[in-house]
Structure formats: structure tokens, C-alpha cells
Design a protein around this ligand. Structure first.
Ligand code: ADP
Length: 363
């Protein structure tokens, strides 16, 4: 890698805190939209801020960028408090949902913009623009205008423009939500590749759990302006900290049930229709709770096998796998992810539920 884009590598040593949000808070009138927000991001990490629409993700990102003034708390970048610094003095790269390219400038002109503002000129400017365009595989389109590009290409230009000045942090706000599904996946991989190659600390705002799970080193799950859990994709998916996280990640059927007994993180439950299953979590014996049964927790067996007897109500083809709607003999309906050769509507089966993927979460 040549010098300008690699210039930050020395500072980006694993384990160093690149960004620290401490007690960050934002209030509009009486409406508290972000509260008690603490997050440490290590150098070189990609952290996704994930949560439902309106939970405060963009507000957090804009406070990091300096575009929104916090009502309280601090933003520290590489150890220095930047809470009072204007955006252009924070040395950050921003990529938004709308590409926000300058329509009258060419691709190369757009990428050169931030570098020019830093005083980069001449051969160095040309070389750094070329390098950034190479990284997003757009070198061949350097002389085009934005209107002559597809949405995916425009977003690549926005990415090249953001990384060319070697920012301390890359902030991405739903950068892929204007792209169709296939392009979104391609761009996700592209962003991850680029982020790894440059070792650039990045914050990625999204409401798309698949993007967050596949792209991030860690995920910060948010709900109603507060951090619900921070962890690796595996941590948050397999060990959700609370009911919100368990319900937000993956797909699950929710069933009412009563706790029969509890031991070491495993609960034994009776569903309303009488079937007994085990799940992960903690709750008091005798209490009425809701269990979230992830689709992949439901395993099918032949009619005579051990398990809960059930009937297939519907089989929906979904490419490599099928989705089944099942009715337990006790009456409850639940959804299973099965292989494409799974039995069709009307078939009698037995169902086993893997307790590792069924959660009773503390409310
Ligand atoms: P997200 O990015 O998770 O969708 P936002 O950070 O955009 O959420 O918004 C969080 C909440 O803050 C929302 O309820 C939104 O209406 C409110 N909000 C955002 N910006 C403003 C503003 N400038 N004035 C008043 N309320 C705002």
C-alpha cells in the first residue's frame, strides 16, 4: 500500500481506543432521543449501530461527526475530547444514504475535493485520487459525471471521497439502503474488504440485521436511545442480553408458556397446549413467560420419532431451504427453517426444539 492512505496505520494499533462515547445524551425539548450512551471502539474495528428505525442511531452518528451538538456527555477520538470541535476539524470520513456527490464535478473531481481542502496539490493529488479510485475499482470511470453512473457506482465514489483524505474514522449512515438486494450484498463485501485493507476504524449505522451480522467486528444494539448490548455478532445472536435483543435478531415464533423448573440457564416450559420444551434463559418457576423459538431451532423428525407430534400446514419454497408452518397437536403454530426436501402440507411429523436457539429473555 502506498503512503498517503496507509499513513494512519502506525496509529491504528490493535487494542487502542480510537473512539470513546461517554455518557452521550441528546434531548429535543422534553424528548430524550439518546441517553447514557457509552461505547468504546478499538482502532481498526468496524462497529455497527443496529436498531429499529427511530432508536437514535443517526443521532449518535451525527454527534460523533459533530453535526449534532450533544446535550451531555463526551466524544473522544484517539483519546482527545472533540465534543466542542466543528466537523471539519475532526478529520472524519462520512458516507450517507444519499450519495451527495457534487453533480458538476467528475468522479475524480469529487474524490479530489476533500484532498484539495487539505491543501494537497499536483502529482500527490493525482496519485491519491487514483489510489482511492483503484480501491473502489472505479479507475476506469474517473472522467464521468455522477449522473452517468449507477447507484452502486455513485456510492463507491462517495466511499472513495470519504477515504481519500485518510480520515481517523469512517462513519457510514445506512450507506446501502438505496441499493437493490444483490448490489447491497456486493457492496457490503466491498466495504468490509476496504475497511480491512485500510484498517480504518468504522461506525456503520443500519437497521438491517443481516448486514450488521455479516459485516461487523462488533454490534451495538440500540433501542429507544439506549445501548441494549454490545458484542460480536456471535455474542449478540447466540447470547442475547434481554428480550429486545432476542426478538430483534433472527426470526422467531413467540409462544406463551409457563415455567416448570429452571436449572443453570436452562428452563423447562409447558406451552398452553400442553407440550413441554426446554429453552435458554432465566425466569422464576411458575411464572408465565413468552418463549422466542428461532426458526432454525425447530428440527423435524419422522412421525414415530421422539418429539412433539405436529402437522405441516404450509411449505414455502425459499431457494436452498424451505419455510414450514407447523401446528403442534396441542394447537400452537410455529415456523421452521427446513431443507428444501422437507415434507409438504398435510404431512404428519414430530418436532424437536433445540433449546440453544429458543429464548426466554428477561423483560
Ligand atoms: P434512527 O437513525 O435510529 O432511525 P434518529 O437518530 O434519526 O433514529 O432519530 C431518533 C429520534 O430523534 C426520533 O424519534 C426522531 O424523531 C428524533 N429526532 C431526530 N432529529 C430530531 C430533530 N432535529 N428534532 C427533533 N427530534 C429529532
Amino acid at each position: 500500500m502506498d503512503a498517503p492512505l496507509a499513513a494512519r496505520d502506525g496509529a491504528l494499533t490493535a487494542g487502542v481506543t480510537a473512539l470513546q462515547l461517554a455518557g452521550l445524551r441528546k434531548q429535543y425539548g422534553d424528548n430524550v432521543v439518546v441517553a447514557g450512551f457509552d461505547l468504546d471502539v478499538r482502532a481498526g474495528e468496524l462497529v455497527a449501530l443496529l436498531g429499529p428505525s427511530g432508536c437514535g442511531k443517526t443521532t449518535v452518528l451525527r454527534m460523533i461527526a459533530g453535526l449534532v451538538a450533544p446535550s451531555g456527555g463526551a466524544v473522544r477520538i484517539e483519546g482527545a475530547d472533540v465534543t466542542a470541535l466543528p466537523p471539519h476539524r475532526r478529520r472524519l470520513g462520512l458516507v450517507f444514504q444519499s450519495y451527495a456527490l457534487f453533480p458538476h464535478l467528475t468522479v475524480a473531481g469529487n474524490v479530489a475535493f476533500g484532498l484539495r481542502r487539505q491543501g494537497v496539490r499536483g502529482a500527490e493529488l493525482a496519485q491519491r485520487v487514483a489510489r482511492a479510485l483503484d480501491l473502489v475499482r472505479l479507475a476506469a470511470l474517473a472522467d464521468r459525471l455522477p449522473r452517468q453512473l449507477s447507484g452502486g457506482q455513485q456510492q463507491r465514489v462517495a466511499l472513495a471521497r470519504a477515504i481519500a483524505p485518510a480520515p481517523r474514522l469512517l462513519l457510514l449512515d445506512e450507506p446501502l439502503s438505496n441499493l437493490d438486494a444483490q448490489l447491497r450484498e456486493e457492496m457490503q463485501i466491498e466495504i468490509r474488504r476496504l475497511q480491512r485493507e485500510l484498517n480504518i476504524t468504522s461506525i456503520f449505522v443500519t437497521h438491517d440485521q443481516h448486514g450488521a451480522l455479516s459485516l461487523s467486528d462488533r454490534i451495538c444494539l440500540m433501542d429507544r436511545g439506549r445501548v441494549q448490548q454490545v458484542g460480536t455478532p456471535q455474542d449478540v445472536y447466540f447470547a442475547p442480553a434481554n428480550a429486545f435483543v432476542a426478538g430483534f435478531l433472527g426470526r422467531a415464533t413467540r409462544l406463551r408458556c409457563r415455567v416448570l423448573h429452571a436449572d443453570a440457564g436452562r428452563l423447562h416450559l409447558r406451552l398452553a397446549g400442553g407440550a413441554e420444551i426446554a429453552a435458554t434463559g432465566s425466569a422464576a418457576p411458575g411464572s408465565e413467560v413468552e418463549v422466542l423459538v428461532r426458526h432454525e431451532a425447530v428440527r423435524l423428525g419422522a412421525p414415530a420419532a421422539a418429539g412433539l407430534p405436529a402437522t405441516v400446514l404450509l411449505r414455502a419454497f425459499a431457494g436452498a431451504h424451505a419455510q414450514l408452518v407447523l401446528r403442534l397437536d396441542g394447537g400452537e403454530e410455529l415456523v421452521a427453517e427446513a431443507d428444501a426436501a422437507a415434507p409438504d402440507a398435510g404431512a404428519r411429523v414430530t418436532v424437536a426444539i433445540d433449546p440453544r436457539f429458543a429464548f426466554v429473555a428477561a423483560p
